[in-house]
Design a protein around this ligand. Structure first.
Ligand SMILES: Nc1nc2c(c(=O)[nH]1)N[C@H]1C(S)=C(S)[C@@H](COP(=O)(O)OP(=O)(O)OC[C@H]3O[C@@H](n4cnc5c(=O)[nH]c(N)nc54)[C@H](O)[C@@H]3O)O[C@H]1N2
Ligand SMILES: Nc1nc2c(c(=O)[nH]1)N[C@H]1C(S)=C(S)[C@@H](COP(=O)(O)OP(=O)(O)OC[C@H]3O[C@@H](n4cnc5c(=O)[nH]c(N)nc54)[C@H](O)[C@@H]3O)O[C@H]1N2
Ligand code: SF4
Ligand SMILES: [Mo]
Length: 688
């Protein structure tokens, strides 16, 4: 039997077809607009059966009595485990107040349904501290898009004549986007890639700018200068639809290619060529990625990239950058139920907390701050849902010492991770094929996509929605959580749109609620305070930040430990998400582990010979925070003076944990983002 659903083994959310035999998953395949033989295959999906039925799966709740004195976990019933958790919720509410409890989510359970339900529970409970990890992922960029033209754009690849890929590696991270780019390229589209690494896309690009890590804002401003000074911009759009053109033009004047190129490892002519090709080929789109995230000026540098889209007249045009079409999904978070006067723990970043109606608070590092510093008040209990922060958060030692300090910790996960090992109660969640939920950003956007349950939950694991709802009932929230199935709550959420779960199932695949429309701003303006694209943002100025991305009031040296570069002369790049794993996940799945040859540090031959390092040597990489030990891979994919380190092997082996190296002290002033992506470091060859 075949069933359609969405894969959520990573955040790409590919539509897939699952094959079942006797109720068991036996195969899963990506669907695509391309004929079968041209489709990208995904090794994680190919290993879906091994992942779903892995003997390592958690299949029953686990409790331990006294974490601090090292008692072991024992199996427990759901009743006992949930009663225990609810008991602690009640205890902290009565003693220190509900704000001392925090719900921290990672990337895996989706930003859609599961996050709305957790927010609803926490709001009714009375704690403003439901914290997402968006400060290190796309939400920081989304804020920059939103402050510039009201929403985050999506590239209309297939109709585009020029695609600018900015810090994104879709060949390994997003097969749907990659297929679209390849398709457009086959139709003759030009490709520009901005990446410090020679990725698959970089090697097939018409222009590849091998930028110095963390310096994208300077490059974007330099391209803006080139485009304005050579009159390559869309004059009518700039006149009618922007605010602050003259201020931007002045600011961009400081970034002439001649002046900045060398400092960012480029030639002036390369910058001019890229600006010219992008601005003169119509329509063009830009896809920005996680290469811009986790940088100390992620917000302003992304704003500079966003400005390019409007200046060149590509916003919301076919083949350009499309503004989403929100649909009237019911907001069920019940934020109005929060008691007045209790502030959240992320007050240092007020604009980031409020820029979006439902994203909520996303400064992940604030959780660690509040536990360690007990400011603005102590946090005593954390529920971690679908994340492994003990290895994925910046400065692992700091993060782990915070979790160790907690009075009570609960983890909802499929596997016994490093984070789960620190918990008092571990609740076994089920995976993406075992539950129905509204998918990701599409929860509020056109088209709507349903992730559809195709198999039963493994063992006694439960879907995240059910765990949340049952906990809520134990907290006396029967009235707020009346639903007994995923279908019931999703129908309630979607009611104002007229779409139902049955319709989504019938339709199978992304379902459009409204016809695709372009240049919608012509009718309604942009969703910014001025109704225009804000090159200059009064909101930012009023908040105490640079109103234009001139980088004067922001971090100019965006790489951690830059002041210590005498001792740490190399630029370290957190990198290489490989196609075999999602962050810390699947490292215990033998079929995937056998295909990936391990965790490497990529070193340019020039640097390798200076350090007398050869291929396969064991190399210690050090920063002021700590060190990792990885095998050298001598490779020209990196620029001399930089190394790329294998990402997220820390759950398997702490010596490989990249976040031993990263820093959480310095952060983007707007979004609270640490620079886990780029940092100064040094290499030491280990004696054999
Ligand atoms: N296989 C797999 N797929 C995944 C994931 C996974 O773990 N594994 N994770 C999912 C998640 S949560 C996310 S957020 C996405 C991320 O997916 P992408 O946005 O593609 O992110 P990355 O592959 O981390 O990095 C993108 C590119 O940025 C480059 N880069 C690094 N530093 C800089 C810089 O300073 N400037 C520029 N311009 N580029 C830079 C890197 O070399 C890399 O090629 O992938 C999702 N998909
Ligand atoms: N230095 C550095 N730091 C980084 C990054 C980097 O590139 N470099 N990347 C950053 C980015 S973009 C991100 S998104 C974060 C990712 O950080 P995390 O969100 O911590 O990512 P994962 O390691 O994938 O952890 C997800 C956990 O959720 C579990 N899980 C999977 N599906 C479900 C589910 O349906 N329900 C529940 N309850 N659990 C589930 C998995 O087993 C896994 O343990 O890391 C960030 N940190
Ligand atoms: S890229 Fe692979 S793992 Fe990620 S959603 Fe698509 S099929 Fe699933
Ligand atoms: Mo992410």
């Amino acid at each position: 039997m075949k069933k359609d659903t969405i894969c959520r083994l990573c955040s790409s959310c590919c539509p897939i077809e699952a094959t079942l035999e006797g109720g068991r998953l036996v195969k899963a395949e990506r669907k695509s607009f391309l004929p079968k033989k041209k489709r990208m295959r995904c090794p994680k999906l190919n290993a879906a059966v091994d992942i779903v039925y892995s003997p390592e799966r958690l299949i029953t709740p686990l409790i331990r009595e006294n974490r601090k004195s090292g008692t072991l976990f024992r199996e427990a019933s759901w009743d006992e485990a949930l009663d225990r958790v609810a008991g602690r919720f009640k205890f902290f509410k009565e003693t220190l107040g509900p704000q001392s409890v925090c719900w921290l989510r990672g990337m895996a359970a989706d930003w859609g349904g599961p996050w709305d339900y957790a927010n609803r529970l926490m709001n009714v409970y009375g704690s403003p501290n439901s914290i997402g990890n968006g400060s290190v992922c796309h939400v920081a960029r989304e804020m920059a898009h939103t402050y510039t033209y009201g929403a985050m754009t999506a590239p209309d690849f297939r109709q585009s004549r020029c695609i600018l890929v900015w810090g994104k590696n879709d060949g390994d991270t997003n097969p749907q986007a990659f297929e679209n780019i390849i398709f457009a390229k086959e139709q003759g589209a030009k490709l520009i890639v901005i990446d410090p690494i020679r990725t698959g896309l970089a090697s097939m690009a018409d222009i590849w700018l091998q930028i110095k890590p963390g310096h994208d804002g300077l490059l974007a401003m330099s391209m803006i200068h080139e485009i304005i000074s050579k009159n390559l911009f869309d004059e009518a759009f700039a006149r009618d639809w922007t605010v602050g053109f003259e201020a931007l033009k002045d600011a961009a004047g400081d970034f002439d290619a001649e002046k900045i190129a060398k400092g960012i490892w480029l030639e002036p002519e390369e910058i001019r060529d890229a600006a010219r090709l992008y601005a003169t080929t119509k329509p063009a789109c830009i896809i920005d990625g996680n290469g811009l995230d986790m940088q100390l000026n992620v917000f302003q540098q992304t704003r500079a990239v966003c400005i390019l889209r409007g200046l060149t007249g590509n916003l919301d045009k076919p083949g350009g950058d499309l503004i989403p079409q929100p649909i009237p999904v019911r907001n069920i978070q019940l934020k109005e139920r929060l008691p007045k006067g209790i502030t959240n723990i992320a007050q240092r970043y007020p604009l980031f907390n409020t820029f979006h109606e439902t994203w909520g608070i996303n400064v992940q590092s604030s959780v660690v701050d509040a536990i360690l510093n007990e400011k603005p008040y102590p946090l005593k209990m954390v529920v971690v849902q679908s994340g492994n922060p003990a290895v994925t958060m910046a400065d692992t030692h700091r993060a782990v010492s915070a979790f160790e300090k907690l009075d009570f910790m609960v983890v909802l996960d499929l596997f016994m991770t490093k984070t789960a090992q620190m918990a008092d109660v571990v609740l076994p969640a089920c995976g993406p094929f075992e539950k129905t939920q509204l998918n990701r950003a599409f929860i509020r956007n056109n088209p709507v996509i349903l992730q559809n349950q195709v198999i039963d939950c493994v063992g006694d694991s439960w879907p995240d929605w059910k765990i949340t709802f049952e906990l809520a009932r134990r907290l006396g929230m029967d009235h707020e959580f009346p639903w007994r199935s995923a279908e019931a709550v999703i129908n309630y959420q979607l009611e104002p749109t007229g779409v139902t779960v049955d319709m989504l199932r019938e339709h199978s695949g992304p379902m459009r609620v409204e016809e695709l429309a372009h240049e919608k701003y012509q009718q309604n303006g942009f969703k910014t305070p001025s109704g225009k694209m804000e090159l200059y943002s009064q909101r930012l100025k009023d908040g105490g930040y640079s109103p234009i991305p001139d980088f004067k009031g922001e971090t100019l040296n965006p790489i951690s430990y830059y002041n210590e570069k005498e001792d740490y002369p190399m630029v370290g790049i957190s990198g290489a998400r490989t196609r075999y794993f999602t962050h810390s996940q699947f490292k215990k799945i033998p079929s995937l582990l056998n295909r990936e040859k391990g965790c490497f540090v990529d070193i340019h031959p020039d640097d390798a010979s200076r350090h007398e390092i050869t291929h396969g040597s064991s190399v210690r990489v050090e920063t002021p925070r700590g060190s990792v030990l990885m095998n050298a891979r001598i490779s020209k994919v990196v620029h001399p003076g930089s190394v790329r380190l294998g990402w997220c092997w820390g759950d398997l082996n702490s010596c490989l944990n990249l976040n031993n190296l990263t820093d959480d002290d310095q952060r983007d002033p707007v979004t609270g983002t640490p620079s886990s992506r780029s940092f100064m470091c040094r290499l030491i060859k280990e004696l054999e």
